[in-house]
Design a protein around this ligand. Structure first.
Ligand code: UT7
Length: 335
């Protein structure tokens, strides 16, 4: 029998401080109206001083483990663009803090596609018999990368974490992930980037210019790629699964911009009402965005067991990826 990765628990964690559009717009020659109408964002959460990505990852991981009714797994993967430190990875720290010293743990680096890449990696570990249970966390303190003076990025991103527990199971049972579609195009590396801090800049022998340590994005071009790649990848995965677009009950796309989500839904022929969206409350949380959206929709009772879910993401790299599953009957008492 093929061993599938079956979703058996979900959880999330947000820092306590919500930052409304008004608070950011004031210093940026922007406005609540511009931010809401161009992105769908109403507020985002920023981590407090003294917090790190691992703190949010541990919070989401604890809740996902509780939701799955387990206290340990065989591997912990953390998808993040904002590790606690450049070295070591954040996942071993998270595993140890979750009481799993000795457990395999590593980071997945694919920016906003990181969580979908993490799911595929976990599914591979399970299929190969390397692990029976894997905790996959998407966690970000993206606020640490933002140039507070760059209105084209400072108003978009937020902090948070989401997580799922996957266990080995039957490909035909509810919650089984797959098929997958993953892709990348490194020719677009400059479209979403933190130019300084890596070997490219350090070996240039040139000190970074002001601003090069911050995140930078070519918004308009990225918008176009995001729609094209998420819709294309979603189509590939639907064909592999033998599903039609109208079979999809819930489209969970990376929460980059509400207008991007709507374009992807329109392109695929999925009614906009079937899009799971929490960008109004949390903004773009990069690798955390899909598991955060899943957990919030689950907690609010929006996902009925057996509902057919299409997950699709796009991000820096450029990278993209998609998968499908039917929503499992998770025990609400463990939420
Ligand atoms: O998560 C990884 C993937 N990320 C994404 O997919 C994000 C993709 N990009 C976007 O979501 C959008 O491109 C943005 C939200 C970043 C920008 O929206 P846009 O509608 O593409 O605006 P634009 O960049 O074309 O700018 C239009 C105008 C410009 O002014 P001018 O040149 O027309 O005078 C900008 O300077 O809007 C201006 N602008 C702003 N105005 C007020 C840009 N940001 C702001 C702002 N407030 N925050």
């Amino acid at each position: 029998m093929n061993r599938a990765a079956v979703l058996t628990g979900v959880g999330s964690c947000l820092p306590p401080r919500a930052v409304p559009n008004d608070e950011l717009a004031a210093g940026l020659d922007s406005s609540e109206e511009w931010i809401r109408s161009r992105t769908g964002i109403g507020q985002r959460y920023f981590a407090e001083r003294g917090t790190a990505t691992s703190d949010l990852a541990v919070g989401a991981g604890e809740r996902a483990l509780k939701s799955a009714g387990v206290s340990t797994v065989d591997a912990v993967l953390v998808a993040t663009t904002t590790p606690d430190r450049p070295c070591p990875a954040t996942a071993p720290v998270v595993a140890a803090r979750l009481g799993m010293r000795g457990t395999a743990a590593y980071d997945v680096s694919a920016v906003c596609t990181g969580f979908v890449y993490g799911l595929a990696t976990a599914a591979g570990l399970i299929a190969a018999g390397v692990a029976d249970r894997v905790l996959v966390i998407g966690a970000e303190t993206f606020s640490t990368l933002l140039d507070p003076g760059d209105r084209s990025t400072a108003v978009i991103f937020g902090d948070g974490a989401g997580a799922v527990v996957l266990r080995s199971g039957d490909p035909a049972e509810p919650g089984a992930l797959g098929p997958f579609d993953l892709g990348s195009d490194g020719a677009g590396e400059d479209l979403i980037t933190v130019p300084a801090g890596g070997s490219r800049q350090r070996l240039s022998g040139v000190e970074p210019a002001a601003g090069e340590r911050y995140f930078a994005m070519s918004g308009k071009e990225v918008f176009r790629h995001a729609v094209l790649r998420m819709a294309g990848s979603a189509r590939t995965v639907l064909a592999r699964a033998g599903w039609r677009a109208r079979d999809v009950d819930h489209l969970v796309s990376h929460q980059a911009n509400l207008r991007i989500t709507n374009h992807v839904a329109d392109d695929l022929g999925i009614p906009r009402g079937r899009c799971v969206s929490n960008i109004a409350e949390v903004g773009n949380t990069a690798a955390a965005s899909i598991p955060l959206a899943l957990d919030q929709a689950h907690t609010e009772g929006l996902l009925r067991p057996g509902g057919r879910m299409l997950l699709t993401a796009f991000g820096g790299g450029l990278t993209w990826g998609s998968t499908v599953l039917t929503w499992p009957d998770l025990d609400p008492a463990r939420a």
